[in-house]
Ligand binder design. Structure first.
Ligand code: ADE
Length: 247
């Protein structure tokens, strides 16, 4: 899967996403992450990419032209690559990361992980000229109801969550199957050595070697934890359980 990030701060994306598990996945060529500097596409001779807003008001706005040209260049590169491979003409999703978008969640990560190419557009200052958004954006997505100084951190959060679902990115023992949000349940508590730490013992059942009992205990812990910490998710789980037991 190939991620393309349109940004004024490419070094943020490259430094943030080429380490740890994603860095390893890039080396293995399971994914690629490219940061495209929007400033490289401005036709302004001073390299300017922002200007005052019509109608007045504080702050500067990113201008349409460099954003449009950067995006079209990436789209053209993808189209040429696909033509050479004689592969699909599937439209490429262009995600504008903005606090005005739909809130990102695990199901959205799963859906986006099925794409072969994704373009993220990161805004700065007061945002981006509406006309170019109308031209290129297919999805408006937020990572939560708070405002960041720019879209880069939000794009990085989404890319991390999507990339780890791409086959081959996680090792088997890091599997995305039994974890938090799977089936609307939070993950059960986990323990490692030593068996006793500050007078706290690892639950006896986990030392029993009885895998069926361990699984049963973990499911119960997941249910209890979800009920206590995320009653909203617990409600969804209960509904799902009721539906799956209907004749
Ligand atoms: N840009 C600024 N704040 C943001 C947020 N909460 N989500 C996505 N993009 C943003």
């Amino acid at each position: 899967m190939n991620f393309h990030v349109l940004t004024l701060f490419p070094e943020m994306i490259m430094q943030g996403l080429h380490t740890s598990i994603l860095g390893r996945a890039v080396q293995k060529e399971c994914i690629s992450i490219e940061a495209v500097n929007i400033r490289d596409y401005t036709t302004d001779k001073h390299g300017k990419v922002d200007d005052y807003t019509y109608g007045g008001g504080a702050g500067m706005l990113m201008q349409a032209q460099p954003v449009y040209d950067a995006c079209q260049t990436v789209l053209k590169t993808i189209a040429d690559k696909r033509a050479a491979q004689e592969s699909t003409e599937k439209p490429v999703r262009v995600i504008y990361v903005t606090p005005q978008g739909r809130t990102f969640h695990q199901e959205m990560a799963k859906e986006l992980a099925k794409e072969e190419e994704l373009i993220f557009l990161c805004g700065h200052y007061e945002g981006i000229d509406e006309r170019v958004l109308e031209e290129v954006v297919t999805d408006y997505v937020s990572i939560g109801d708070y405002v960041l100084t720019g879209g880069e951190l939000a794009a990085m959060v989404m890319i991390d969550a999507i990339a780890r679902l791409v086959p081959g990115v996680l090792h088997n023992n890091e599997s995305a199957q039994t974890e938090t949000f799977h089936d609307h349940l939070l993950e059960y508590p986990q323990y490692s050595r030593p068996e006793v730490w500050r007078d706290k013992r690892v639950p006896q059942i986990l030392l029993s070697g009885n895998h069926a009992k361990v699984d049963e205990w973990r499911l119960l812990q997941s249910i209890e934890r979800t009920k206590k910490l995320r009653p909203d998710l617990y409600e969804k789980w209960e509904q799902q359980q009721a539906a799956s037991h209907c004749p």
